[in-house]
Write a protein that binds this ligand. Structure first.
Ligand code: 13P
Length: 239
């Protein structure tokens, strides 16, 4: 399978013009771009090569939900992937239970979820238990055939300046192995990727690890030249 390069723009950029410009500059084969909701329609129109993702989703449970966006609305906007359970949303109070419902909402609309999991502290001896709980809660009860991307994003490795906090590949290797094993209890073929301070200098050290099928990129996805270098490296891995 081709390795994935997923851009999580988070709450950027500040204008539609800048968003469309960035989309044009990073509209590369094999890339998935997840802009803020407000730019989905215009980015959809701008992309010729990359695929479209969203950063969150909400439940269609018949109840009123001010400010939320449903799976049906995302599907209608051309969204093919959605990030679910990012640590920045979990920090706002999103629970494992809600994340499990969001995953199901995405799947039933035919949108492929990118489930984020990851522990909070670098040397935390309970990391494995924490991730086990996140995975079991999110994936239990699903049809084993579901196609889900599981992104391992250790929270302590996210958003560091120039990749300074990027996780050690040996550590990532150990955690990815564990995540694959745990995920396979629930679904036949999890696609497991890494995220956290990735850039063009360190991406290969993750892509070269057994079981890593791509990367989820935050800040560098806003730097088109640097991101394009990452896309080149992904392309070489896919030859
Ligand atoms: P950074 O690449 O900025 O560390 O962000 C990672 C991330 O949170 C992607 O979802």
């Amino acid at each position: 399978m081709n390795k994935l390069l997923i851009a999580n723009w988070k709450m950027n950029p500040d204008s539609e013009e800048a968003a469309v410009g960035l989309a044009h500059a990073t509209d590369l084969e094999g890339v998935i771009i997840c802009p803020p909701f407000i730019y989905l329609e215009s980015i959809r129109g701008a992309l010729k090569n990359a695929q479209l993702g969203a950063q969150d989703i909400f439940l269609s449970d018949g109840k009123p939900h001010t400010g939320e966006v449903s799976a049906a609305q995302l599907k209608e906007a051309g969204v093919e992937y959605v990030i679910v359970g990012h640590s920045e949303r979990r920090a706002l109070g999103e629970t494992n239970e809600l994340i499990s419902l969001k995953l199901k909402a995405a799947l039933s609309a035919g949108i492929r979820p990118i489930l984020c999991v990851g522990e909070g502290d670098r040397e935390d001896p309970t990391s494995e238990e924490f991730i086990t709980e996140e995975i079991n809660n999110a994936l239990s009860g699903l049809d084993k055939k579901e196609e889900i991307i599981v992104a391992y994003e250790p929270i302590w490795a996210i958003s560091s300046n120039e990749g300074a906090n990027a996780a050690d590949p040996d550590y990532v290797k150990k955690m990815i192995k564990k995540i694959i094993r745990l995920s396979r209890k629930h679904i036949h073929h999890p696609t497991v990727i890494y995220g956290g301070s990735t850039n063009s200098a360190n991406i290969q050290s993750y892509l070269g690890l057994d079981g890593v099928e791509g990367v989820l990129v935050g800040s560098v996805s806003l730097q088109s030249a640097e991101f394009a270098k990452m896309a080149e490296i992904i392309k070489k891995n896919n030859k």
